[in-house]
Design a binder for this molecule. Sequence first.
Ligand SMILES: Cc1cc2nc3c(=O)[nH]c(=O)nc-3n(C[C@H](O)[C@H](O)[C@H](O)COP(=O)(O)O)c2cc1C
Length: 149
Amino acid sequence: MDTMILTGSVYGFAEDIARVIESQLIRARCAVQIVNDPDPVRCVLRADELPLFIVSTTGNGDIPKPFKPFVLAVASGSIGTLPQHYALIALGDSAFTDFCGAGRKLEAALVARGMQQLHDKLEFDASTDIDYEDVATDWTNEILVPSLI
Ligand SMILES: Cc1cc2nc3c(=O)[nH]c(=O)nc-3n(C[C@H](O)[C@H](O)[C@H](O)COP(=O)(O)O)c2cc1C
Protein backbone atom coordinates (compact mmCIF):
# COMPACT_ATOMS: atom_id res chain seq x y z
CA MET A 1 0.00 0.00 0.00
CA ASP A 2 1.22 3.53 -0.75
CA THR A 3 1.31 6.19 1.97
CA MET A 4 0.16 9.79 1.76
CA ILE A 5 1.50 11.86 4.65
CA LEU A 6 -0.73 14.85 5.37
CA THR A 7 0.62 17.46 7.76
CA GLY A 8 -0.94 20.26 9.73
CA SER A 9 1.74 22.35 11.39
CA VAL A 10 2.36 25.80 12.82
CA TYR A 11 6.08 25.83 13.54
CA GLY A 12 7.28 23.06 11.23
CA PHE A 13 7.90 20.12 13.57
CA ALA A 14 5.15 18.02 11.99
CA GLU A 15 6.78 18.66 8.61
CA ASP A 16 10.17 17.60 10.01
CA ILE A 17 8.66 14.35 11.29
CA ALA A 18 6.99 13.81 7.90
CA ARG A 19 10.37 14.05 6.17
CA VAL A 20 11.93 11.58 8.63
CA ILE A 21 9.15 9.06 7.94
CA GLU A 22 9.32 9.72 4.20
CA SER A 23 13.03 8.89 4.07
CA GLN A 24 12.48 5.65 6.03
CA LEU A 25 9.65 4.63 3.70
CA ILE A 26 11.77 5.35 0.63
CA ARG A 27 14.58 3.29 2.15
CA ALA A 28 12.07 0.44 2.62
CA ARG A 29 10.99 0.88 -1.03
CA CYS A 30 7.47 1.98 -0.07
CA ALA A 31 5.80 4.66 -2.19
CA VAL A 32 5.11 7.87 -0.28
CA GLN A 33 4.16 11.48 -0.88
CA ILE A 34 3.89 14.39 1.55
CA VAL A 35 1.09 16.92 1.33
CA ASN A 36 1.52 19.85 3.73
CA ASP A 37 -1.70 21.70 4.59
CA PRO A 38 -3.87 19.64 2.22
CA ASP A 39 -6.34 21.56 0.09
CA PRO A 40 -9.71 19.85 0.71
CA VAL A 41 -10.81 20.47 -2.88
CA ARG A 42 -7.69 19.22 -4.67
CA CYS A 43 -6.47 16.53 -2.27
CA VAL A 44 -7.77 13.10 -3.30
CA LEU A 45 -7.46 10.24 -0.82
CA ARG A 46 -7.23 7.00 -2.78
CA ALA A 47 -8.80 3.82 -1.43
CA ASP A 48 -5.53 1.90 -1.89
CA GLU A 49 -3.43 4.51 -0.07
CA LEU A 50 -2.89 4.92 3.69
CA PRO A 51 -3.33 8.51 4.86
CA LEU A 52 -0.89 9.20 7.70
CA PHE A 53 -1.85 12.44 9.43
CA ILE A 54 0.80 14.34 11.40
CA VAL A 55 -0.91 17.22 13.15
CA SER A 56 0.21 19.66 15.82
CA THR A 57 -1.99 21.62 18.21
CA THR A 58 -2.01 25.37 18.60
CA GLY A 59 -3.91 28.00 20.60
CA ASN A 60 -6.06 26.23 23.18
CA GLY A 61 -6.38 22.80 21.63
CA ASP A 62 -6.90 24.33 18.19
CA ILE A 63 -6.19 22.83 14.78
CA PRO A 64 -3.41 24.70 12.87
CA LYS A 65 -5.19 27.31 10.72
CA PRO A 66 -4.02 26.08 7.27
CA PHE A 67 -5.13 22.53 8.13
CA LYS A 68 -8.58 23.51 9.46
CA PRO A 69 -10.38 23.57 6.07
CA PHE A 70 -9.38 19.96 5.50
CA VAL A 71 -10.75 18.82 8.89
CA LEU A 72 -13.96 20.78 8.32
CA ALA A 73 -14.34 19.16 4.88
CA VAL A 74 -13.93 15.68 6.39
CA ALA A 75 -16.45 16.49 9.12
CA SER A 76 -19.02 17.98 6.75
CA GLY A 77 -18.74 15.15 4.23
CA SER A 78 -17.61 17.42 1.43
CA ILE A 79 -14.63 15.13 0.95
CA GLY A 80 -16.65 12.35 -0.64
CA THR A 81 -14.67 9.14 -0.63
CA LEU A 82 -12.36 8.21 2.18
CA PRO A 83 -10.15 5.13 2.56
CA GLN A 84 -11.03 2.54 5.20
CA HIS A 85 -7.97 3.11 7.38
CA TYR A 86 -5.84 5.98 8.62
CA ALA A 87 -2.82 6.50 10.86
CA LEU A 88 -2.25 9.48 13.12
CA ILE A 89 0.64 11.16 14.88
CA ALA A 90 -0.56 13.99 17.13
CA LEU A 91 1.96 16.61 18.29
CA GLY A 92 1.36 18.63 21.41
CA ASP A 93 2.68 19.74 24.75
CA SER A 94 1.33 18.33 28.00
CA ALA A 95 1.91 21.73 29.65
CA PHE A 96 -1.29 22.80 27.85
CA THR A 97 -4.70 21.81 29.17
CA ASP A 98 -5.97 20.37 25.90
CA PHE A 99 -3.07 18.04 25.14
CA CYS A 100 -2.99 17.07 21.45
CA GLY A 101 -6.48 18.56 21.09
CA ALA A 102 -6.17 19.04 17.33
CA GLY A 103 -5.25 15.39 16.83
CA ARG A 104 -8.30 14.34 18.82
CA LYS A 105 -10.58 16.64 16.82
CA LEU A 106 -9.25 15.22 13.56
CA GLU A 107 -9.62 11.69 14.90
CA ALA A 108 -13.25 12.32 15.86
CA ALA A 109 -13.99 13.60 12.33
CA LEU A 110 -12.32 10.60 10.68
CA VAL A 111 -14.07 8.05 12.92
CA ALA A 112 -17.43 9.78 12.43
CA ARG A 113 -16.94 9.23 8.69
CA GLY A 114 -16.42 5.50 9.31
CA MET A 115 -12.63 5.37 9.09
CA GLN A 116 -10.68 3.05 11.36
CA GLN A 117 -7.24 3.62 12.78
CA LEU A 118 -4.67 1.13 11.48
CA HIS A 119 -2.25 1.60 14.39
CA ASP A 120 -2.54 3.09 17.85
CA LYS A 121 -2.26 6.86 17.64
CA LEU A 122 1.17 8.26 18.55
CA GLU A 123 1.28 11.36 20.73
CA PHE A 124 4.49 13.40 20.83
CA ASP A 125 4.87 15.60 23.90
CA ALA A 126 7.10 18.67 23.50
CA SER A 127 7.47 18.85 27.30
CA THR A 128 9.66 15.75 27.34
CA ASP A 129 13.24 15.45 26.14
CA ILE A 130 12.50 12.35 24.07
CA ASP A 131 14.03 12.44 20.60
CA TYR A 132 10.85 12.11 18.54
CA GLU A 133 12.73 11.84 15.27
CA ASP A 134 14.19 8.59 16.66
CA VAL A 135 10.71 7.51 17.83
CA ALA A 136 9.30 8.22 14.36
CA THR A 137 12.12 6.28 12.70
CA ASP A 138 11.59 3.22 14.92
CA TRP A 139 7.80 3.38 14.55
CA THR A 140 8.09 3.59 10.77
CA ASN A 141 10.42 0.62 10.54
CA GLU A 142 8.79 -1.59 13.16
CA ILE A 143 5.07 -0.79 12.82
CA LEU A 144 4.28 1.17 9.68
CA VAL A 145 6.38 -0.57 7.03
CA PRO A 146 5.28 -4.13 8.00
CA SER A 147 1.64 -3.05 7.73
CA LEU A 148 2.14 -1.68 4.22
CA ILE A 149 3.76 -4.70 2.57
C1 LIG B 1 1.12 29.25 20.99
C2 LIG B 1 1.14 27.73 21.18
C3 LIG B 1 -0.02 27.09 21.58
C4 LIG B 1 -0.03 25.71 21.78
N1 LIG B 1 -1.18 25.08 22.23
C5 LIG B 1 -1.16 23.76 22.49
C6 LIG B 1 -2.32 23.10 23.00
O1 LIG B 1 -3.37 23.69 23.24
N2 LIG B 1 -2.24 21.75 23.24
C7 LIG B 1 -1.10 21.03 23.01
O2 LIG B 1 -1.10 19.83 23.25
N3 LIG B 1 0.02 21.64 22.52
C8 LIG B 1 0.02 22.97 22.25
N4 LIG B 1 1.16 23.57 21.77
C9 LIG B 1 2.37 22.77 21.55
C10 LIG B 1 2.62 22.37 20.09
O3 LIG B 1 1.53 21.61 19.56
C11 LIG B 1 3.89 21.51 20.02
O4 LIG B 1 4.98 22.32 20.39
C12 LIG B 1 4.11 20.91 18.64
O5 LIG B 1 5.24 20.06 18.69
C13 LIG B 1 4.32 21.99 17.57
O6 LIG B 1 4.39 21.33 16.32
P1 LIG B 1 4.51 22.20 14.95
O7 LIG B 1 5.90 22.79 14.95
O8 LIG B 1 4.37 21.18 13.84
O9 LIG B 1 3.43 23.20 14.93
C14 LIG B 1 1.16 24.95 21.56
C15 LIG B 1 2.33 25.62 21.14
C16 LIG B 1 2.33 26.99 20.97
C17 LIG B 1 3.61 27.68 20.57
